[in-house]
Design a protein around this ligand. Structure first.
Ligand SMILES: CCC/C=C/C(=O)SCCNC(=O)CCNC(=O)[C@H](O)C(C)(C)COP(=O)([O-])OP(=O)([O-])OC[C@H]1O[C@@H](n2cnc3c(N)ncnc32)[C@H](O)[C@@H]1OP(=O)([O-])[O-]
Length: 397
């Protein structure tokens, strides 16, 4: 499944939303008088179609394939077209997406198409509303984060979608600062999420290529100090902390999820901690929290043997609180969070602290031990070779 997703993504990368999805959507000649379908009228379907062209942000390859497939199903019914040849990559990816809808009715496809476009438009207007909403804190500015405060919710959005929200040294520092600020602002809930189609691809591997004058050991020491501080910011965070996992998550962006109070994920999200593949070892207190959450055997599959979990599997193992359909993810989650943020702030914060304080000392000790181990790993040949192979071959996980 992951392989398929990556193949699709590589294929689709060559086709932009404007040039492909739109041009592959034939102009429809429906009667626009009210002709009610299952849940949407012809007008609503037409409106959704034209709203597509107003999207400013690229929704990501998988979403684009889904839009394409739903449109084809809605207008032509189930896919009976001949299967494109193996080497016709782009059309094969589209055909696969359409075929995967099976025999769902045209009415249902129209409904899903409208829901999907609606949630994309809403997410975009939500985020632009948030951008224009009051910036969080007292004048702090961030280069790689969008930090906003609205409806008593402070949202920290990793904003480096072109690099799948990989976390650079600068971003670690910005996230620590944003969490410190959110801890003391007057919001009730703090949310961490990602811009674009990924939640985060974890540690930016270019962090390893910035070797200071006094060598690799110094790089490892600085990295360790930063990671310790980063994880401590989650351990010590005093208010309800919610992860809105909008897409795949890798490495450190997965491990710290054990320190969140709620983790809401789109069905499209995956959870991957490829530490041994990278010659590294577990962090984010996952060596302690994951076995507690899911049992030692399942934790080992993830942390030792790089097993990538689907959102549903991560939910079954207790890492994720709830999984939502991708088409309604943003609207369902934000509706819920806005309602939660109306609950009494002190009661929420104090209850969170009761739940977490019992373990705090231990978590700090676990963080220290993990960081110590990683500092050694970062100077190892195993880690060096893994990072080099990513940059030389652009190897994918
Ligand atoms: C500090 C504590 C210890 C931390 C542990 C961890 O987090 S371990 C986990 C560490 N994480 C990893 O090992 C993940 C390594 N990354 C991958 O395996 C894949 O990029 C992917 C599966 C995340 C997405 O595949 P896809 O085919 O959907 O997309 P794409 O590949 O085309 O990506 C678009 C662009 O983003 C770039 N970029 C993405 N991620 C990173 C990154 N982390 N770094 C740097 N760059 C990254 C990528 O090079 C490309 O750049 P280009 O060519 O446009 O200049």
């Amino acid at each position: 499944m992951a392989g398929v997703a990556l193949r699709c993504s590589a294929v689709w990368r060559r086709v932009t939303l404007t040039s492909s999805v739109r041009s592959n959507i034939p102009s429809l000649k429906f009667h626009t008088t009210a002709s009610p379908m299952m849940g949407v009228t012809m007008e609503q379907f037409e409106q959704a179609k034209s709203k597509l062209s107003t999207l400013k942000n690229d929704p990501g390859n998988e979403v684009k394939l889904k839009i394409y497939a739903l449109f084809k199903q809605a207008t032509q019914g189930p896919c009976n077209a001949p299967k494109p040849g193996m080497l016709d990559f782009v059309n094969k990816a589209k055909w696969d997406a359409w075929k995967s809808l099976g025999s769902i009715s045209q009415d249902e496809a129209r409904q899903k198409y409208c829901d999907l476009i609606g949630s994309l438009v809403e997410a975009e207007s939500g985020s632009s509303a948030q951008v224009s909403a009051q910036p969080a804190g007292s004048g702090a500015t961030y280069k790689m984060l969008l930090v906003t405060k609205e409806d008593d919710i402070t949202t920290i959005k990793l904003n480096r979608p072109a690099k799948k929200n990989a976390i650079t040294t600068e971003m670690y520092n910005e996230i620590i600062a944003a969490l410190e600020q959110a801890a003391t602002d007057d919001s009730v809930i703090t949310v961490v999420t990602g811009a674009g189609d990924f939640y985060s691809s974890g540690n930016d591997l270019t962090n390893f290529t910035k070797i200071p004058e006094n060598g690799v050991e110094e790089m490892a020491r600085r990295g360790a100090d930063l990671l310790r501080k980063y994880v401590n910011a989650y351990i010590d965070f005093p208010k309800p902390l919610v992860a809105v996992v909008n897409g795949p998550a890798v490495g450190v962006s997965v491990t710290v999820l054990g320190l969140f109070d709620l983790v809401y994920a789109t069905e499209r999200a995956t959870f991957h901690t490829p530490f041994s593949q990278l010659g590294q070892s577990a962090e984010g207190c996952s060596s302690y929290i994951f076995p507690k959450l899911m049992g030692a055997a399942k934790a080992s599959e993830m942390l030792l043997f790089n097993k990538k979990l689907t959102a549903v599997q991560a939910c079954e193992l207790g890492l994720v609180t709830e999984v939502f359909p991708d088409s309604s993810f943003q609207s369902e989650v934000w509706t819920r969070l806005k309602a939660y943020a109306k609950l009494p702030r002190n009661s929420l914060a104090l209850s969170k602290q009761l739940i977490r304080s019992v373990e705090k000392e231990r978590l700090h000790a676990v963080n220290d031990a993990e960081v110590e181990r990683l500092m050694e790993r970062w100077t190892s040949d195993e880690c060096f070779n893994a990072v080099m192979s990513f940059f030389q071959a652009k190897a994918k996980l």
